[in-house]
Structure formats: C-alpha cells, structure tokens
Design a protein around this ligand. Structure first.
Ligand SMILES: [Mg+2]
Length: 175
C-alpha cells in the first residue's frame, strides 16, 4: 500500500461509506412487486462491527432511499445514516461536525460521481476498483476487493492497521 495513504489513515476517526457499488455490487434487484432487494457482504458487516468496537465511527450516505438498505444499516447499528440525497458534501460536513471531527480526520469511500466532492474534502479518499475513472483518479487508496465483495472490510482493516488498532479489534472475535 502507498505510504502516503498509511500516513493519512493514521488520523482517521470517522469512515463514511457510500452504499451502491461500495457496500453492494451496484446491482439493483427488484422483485415481481417492484420492491428493491440488495446483496450485502458479511465480511463488511463484521468490519463495521470491528470499527465500532474500537471507536472508529462509521457513517453512511446514499443517493437512494431503499428499505433493504435501512434494514441492513439498522442491523449493523450504524446510527449515522443519510439516505436519498445527491448533496453528499453538505451531509458529509454535517456528519463530521456531529461526530466532532474535521474532514481531514475523516475517510470517504465511494465509487461514482456523487462521491467526488466528499472524497475531495476528506482526509483520506477511498475507492473500490469498480469505481468510475474520475473516482479512481481522486482516490488516495483503492481496495483490492470489489464493492459488495468485502471492500469495506478491507478499508476498515487498512485504517485500523494504520492506527495500530487492528489487534484490539480482531481479538474480540477470535475466541
Ligand atoms: Mg455508489
């Protein structure tokens, strides 16, 4: 991993995530009744729990507002959740203020153009390899795993490693 990204990650207290293409593979599934379905990866779920356990705050900001996402977010105990906005930068800054951190102490992980502004404002811009080129270019760090395939777990591991919190986070689940 680039040393610069490790240095930036050492300051990160809040990780804000996009949903579609980051926590999911970007697929929009609909049933016969027109109800949306999403596929989340279990590795990301434990990653979020690990982050929360050692005080790395997690936030989620998504352009769509869909019930299955809300259900997964609630299941993971993520209280900082903004849905249905295209103005991610405004809510990103608000979230930073609510947590009591500056944008430079915050990482934003995205895949598409709506994520560009908060990624530019964040101290650590993180992307998935399935992101559009503009997002890859602006990223300080790109995961190996695809969105919806454990990319968020990889991002959490990266930040916790850089902050020296990985062992503490891991031991809670290694019995
Ligand atoms: Mg997205």
């Amino acid at each position: 991993m680039p040393d610069r990204a490790v240095e930036l990650a050492k300051n990160i207290k809040l990780l804000v995530l996009d949903v579609d293409g980051v926590l999911t593979d970007g697929g929009l599934y609909y049933d016969d009744h027109g109800l949306a379905m999403k596929r989340f990866h279990v590795l990301d779920g434990l990653g979020i729990k690990m982050a929360q356990a050692v005080g790395l705050e997690i936030g989620v900001i998504t352009g769509l507002n869909q019930k299955p996402v809300e259900a997964r977010i609630n299941e993971l105990g993520v209280s900082r959740y903004i849905a249905g906005t295209h103005d991610k930068i405004t809510f990103f800054k608000e979230m930073c203020a609510q947590v009591g951190v500056s944008p430079s102490q915050t990482a934003f992980m995205g895949d598409d153009l709506l994520d560009f502004a908060p990624m530019k404002a964040a101290g650590l811009a993180m992307a998935v390899p399935n992101a559009v080129p503009e997002i890859i270019e602006t990223a300080d760090w790109v995961s190996t795993r695809q969105g919806g395939q454990g990319a968020v777990r990889e991002a959490v591991d990266f930040i916790l490693d850089a902050r020296g919190l990985k062992a503490e986070a891991t031991k809670k689940w290694v019995i």
